[in-house]
Design a binder for this molecule. Structure first.
Ligand SMILES: Cc1cc2nc3c(=O)[nH]c(=O)nc-3n(C[C@H](O)[C@H](O)[C@H](O)COP(=O)(O)OP(=O)(O)OC[C@H]3O[C@@H](n4cnc5c(N)ncnc54)[C@H](O)[C@@H]3O)c2cc1C
Length: 383
């Protein structure tokens, strides 16, 4: 594995770290369960050119490697979990799909507001009957002259009711080959977005109902034959979610280390007890192992991370973040469980990510499949 940043890229990541710690950290743990988008922070990142960090220069990006984007997300999440989460979607979310697969008109219309930090996107894949079994999705799209009509229902779509646009995975024909994607505006006629539902940690999600929802044909990204390509681009988003989780966990780890040195019991700092030292060592080990898997998933990546490495990174990072935030709370005793501390919120923020973006279980199936070079059909065999 080759991993070196140019001096310029290193300076860029350090500058992002400095700005995030100076400007975002002071309010990072206020209004913890609010789902308000950190619009002011996103504008700052937009002005610094961070949100297009991995996009090609010809679409307004900075043309940096995937690893620069991943390092930026990690540092932003370390300073402010909520801004980090928004940065994942801006840096490695739908903008990446549009830059890679969109036509010139889509790039011109949709990329600049993402890069300025002004518009936010959701991605809608999950359906009531198609969660892990994503290729069972039934939401249909049909081309009708100059328009495309959509019918069906989606669920668990994060922030769909408050974001500006949605990248929708839908079916243009039968089988996996029939899966394509379209771009939706929130006010699309025929689209109804449910009231917000709440996941733990302040995440909100919405159901989407399509009753002949009609979009211009030019908003179609793929009329089918896109599942592999879409999942390829989604690999980087998953790796970015891993970088976010590591950033949040790093902040929890630092709080736990500081407290271990400060808090005295039996007349000495708790850091002097061997079981506490063991806890610190285990947290550090889990964080570092996961961090390097996240970096490895994007080194040598040409904008997409490999299936094996992005699955390993996602599982390792999200599970490490759950472990580290949990152990950080333990380090603080009752204080760690108090809602006056940010730790219990940080735990509740990272915990759902062992499900979001594909559960740890299905990623383990994919890892085994890649390692063994065998495809394991998860379906009941046809009789
Ligand atoms: C915080 C959060 C945000 C989300 N945001 C979005 C979003 O923005 N857009 C979107 O489209 N979706 C989103 N999701 C949904 C997410 O993608 C799905 O929850 C996930 O794909 C799992 O689907 P499911 O919940 O239907 O679980 P199911 O697929 O019903 O799985 C239930 C259980 O069975 C296990 N399981 C299923 N199949 C297998 C198998 N073959 N082998 C082993 N175990 C298996 C699963 O691992 C899980 O433990 C979000 C979820 C969360 C928690």
């Amino acid at each position: 594995m080759k991993f070196s940043l140019s001096d310029e890229d290193r300076d860029l990541v350090e500058m992002i770290d400095r700005v995030a710690m100076e400007q975002f950290r002071p309010k990072a743990y206020d209004d913890r369960d609010s789902h308000r988008r950190p619009i002011e922070n996103m504008r700052v990142l937009g002005e610094l050119g961070v949100l297009g960090i991995c996009l090609p220069e010809e679409v307004g990006g900075a043309g940096k490697s995937a690893i620069s984007g991943i390092l930026a997300i990690e540092r932003i999440a370390h300073a402010c979990p909520r801004t980090g989460a928004a940065a994942v979607m801006a840096i490695a979310g739908p903008g990446m799909f549009i830059a890679r697969w969109g036509n010139e008109d889509q790039k011109a219309r949709y990329l600049p507001p993402i890069l300025r930090g002004e518009e936010a996107w959701s991605i809608s894949l999950s359906e009531p009957g198609a969660g892990t079994a994503l290729t069972d999705l039934t939401t249909r799209a049909a081309i009708d002259g100059d328009v495309c009509r959509i019918n069906g229902a989606k669920t668990f779509c994060s922030n769909a009711g408050v974001n500006d646009h949605i990248l929708l995975f839908c079916r243009f024909g039968p089988g996996t080959g029939g899966i394509g994607a379209v771009i939706l505006d929130r006010d699309t006629p025929g689209l109804t977005i449910s009231k917000p539902h709440h996941h733990m940690g302040g995440n909100i999600w919405h159901e989407l109902f399509f009753d002949n929802a009609t979009i211009p044909r030019e908003n179609v990204l793929f009329e089918g034959n896109a599942f592999r390509k879409l999942m390829g681009s989604y690999s980087l988003e998953r790796t970015a979610a891993g970088a976010w989780a590591i950033g949040v966990a790093q902040a929890a780890f630092e709080m736990a280390c500081d407290y271990a040195n400060e808090r005295k019991q039996f007349g000495r700092p708790i850091a002097e007890f061997q079981l506490v030292q063991g806890r610190i060592a285990d947290m550090c080990l889990r964080l570092e192992q996961a961090r390097w898997l996240v970096y490895k998933a994007c080194v040598d990546a040409d904008g997409t991370a490999s299936r094996l490495e992005s699955s390993m990174a996602k599982v390792a990072a999200t599970e490490a973040a759950v472990y580290v935030t949990d152990q950080a709370m333990q380090m603080f005793g009752a204080t760690g469980m108090s809602q006056e501390m940010p730790l219990e919120w940080m735990y509740r923020m990272v915990r759902p990510y062992t499900v979001a973006g594909g559960t740890s279980d299905i990623h383990r199936v994919m890892i085994a499949s890649e390692v063994l070079q065998r495809r394991f059909d998860q379906r009941v065999p046809a009789k």
